[in-house]
Design a protein around this ligand. Structure first.
Ligand code: FES
Ligand code: FES
Length: 177
């Protein structure tokens, strides 16, 4: 096989459509995706859930964080087919039973001025929920360490960290997801 033929065969293999079934924000999804589709692109382009942002596409910024089976993951680092059989939650899937539809993390970030342009915020929120689910209360240093994979270009981080620490000391009443 020539190099060109090998390249074409490989491209066709990655572009083949494969079945995908999983739970998205509490609803069952059954569809087909190209095998090469990243989860973040599937969510944004196939499911129209554009609250999950693409900041870098290289696993640096955390703007694309979602929950897969309760754990925060960067959705630009997963193929869509890798969530087959899993439960996926995006920023659109949280806070539905909370006042104003805002999850306590969102409400506390708003109150503590933990966002400016908001581009990083969905990823920060999804990461913070995971942090808060695994340990409470949290120190400033623990929150700073846990947010190491989330880049914010506006706030300087202090208000974000303060909001999560405050929330860890008085957990909100409505359910997380
Ligand atoms: Fe996924 Fe930046 S877009 S980490
Ligand atoms: Fe603008 Fe974080 S609020 S990037």
């Amino acid at each position: 096989m020539t190099n060109d033929a090998t390249t074409s065969a490989r491209a066709a293999f990655h572009a083949r459509r494969v079945p995908l079934a999983y739970t998205l924000n509490g609803a069952q999804v059954e569809c087909e995706v190209e095998a090469r589709t990243l989860l973040v692109h599937h969510l944004r382009e196939d499911r129209n859930l554009t609250g999950t942002h693409v900041g870098c596409d290289t696993s640096q910024c955390g703007a694309c964080a979602v929950h897969v089976d309760g754990n925060a993951v960067k959705s630009c680092t997963l193929l869509a087919v890798q969530v087959d059989g899993s439960e996926v939650t995006t920023i659109e899937g949280i806070g539905g039973d909370c006042p104003d539809g805002l999850h306590p993390v969102q409400d506390t970030l708003r109150r503590k001025h933990g966002l400016q342009c908001g581009f990083c915020t969905p990823g920060i929120v999804m990461t913070a929920i995971d942090i808060l689910d695994s340990q409470q209360p949290l120190t400033t240093e623990e929150v700073q360490h846990s947010l190491i994979g989330n880049i914010c270009r506006c706030t300087g981080y202090q208000n974000i960290v303060d909001a999560i620490v405050e929330l860890s000391e008085s957990k909100g009443a409505c359910s997380h997801e």
